[in-house]
Design a protein around this ligand. Structure first.
Ligand code: SF4
Length: 181
């Protein structure tokens, strides 16, 4: 059984796959406590893998995004394999502080200040910009680096930081802009 906060169908609003229809599986609970976190960590429903895959299969998108909370605390290779067998492309959004099972198709690492990243590599690094030095995040091996504003409040400052650090790209929270989940 795995504790699920919600499963919903929407567009990926952030990062490399922005605009991609995706089924989001939001797990409950996290090992960190970020002040800007929008997850209700205490809420959740215990679900079997069969229930999760069945719910995910009810949505038409190939992309599945395991998110949270911190999904790495809850998932294993069995769940990833079951999603693959259902024909899904499995993405994860993780804070990078906990190892991942094999087989995940796309890893988004969103490191949080002061929390050591243990992942050897990721497909993309996505950082919420709060005025911090972003150079340390470049030590995480990744193909893409995205900087995004905090809840849409500091878009100009984030854009200016990207201009100073052209290895990075601006990621806007497009789901907030268009008013969807
Ligand atoms: S790492 Fe993510 S889920 Fe965990 S507290 Fe921070 S923002 Fe919330």
């Amino acid at each position: 059984m795995r504790k699920i906060n919600e499963i919903f169908y929407s567009l990926q609003g952030e990062g490399y796959h922005t605009g991609t229809p995706s089924t989001f599986v939001r797990f409950s609970g996290c090992n960190l406590r970020c002040p800007f976190c929008d997850t209700r960590h205490e809420d959740g429903t215990w679900m079997t893998d069969e229930d999760i895959v069945s719910c995910v299969a009810g949505h038409p998108a190939r992309h599945v995004v395991l998110t949270g909370g911190e999904p790495s605390l809850w998932i294993d290779a069995t769940l990833v394999e079951r999603l693959h067998r259902a024909g899904k492309y499995v993405c994860i959004e993780t804070n990078g502080t906990h190892p991942l099972p094999d087989g995940i198709d796309w890893i988004t690492c969103s490191p949080k200040d002061g929390a050591p990243v243990v992942l050897p590599q990721a497909d993309e690094v996505k950082v919420v910009y709060l005025g911090q030095d972003i150079a340390p995040y470049e030590r995480i091996a990744a193909r893409h680096y995205f900087l995004q504003p905090c809840s849409g409040r500091n878009i100009r400052e984030t854009a200016e930081c990207v201009l100073r650090h052209p290895r990075w790209r601006l990621s806007l929270q497009t789901h907030l802009i268009i008013g969807i989940n």
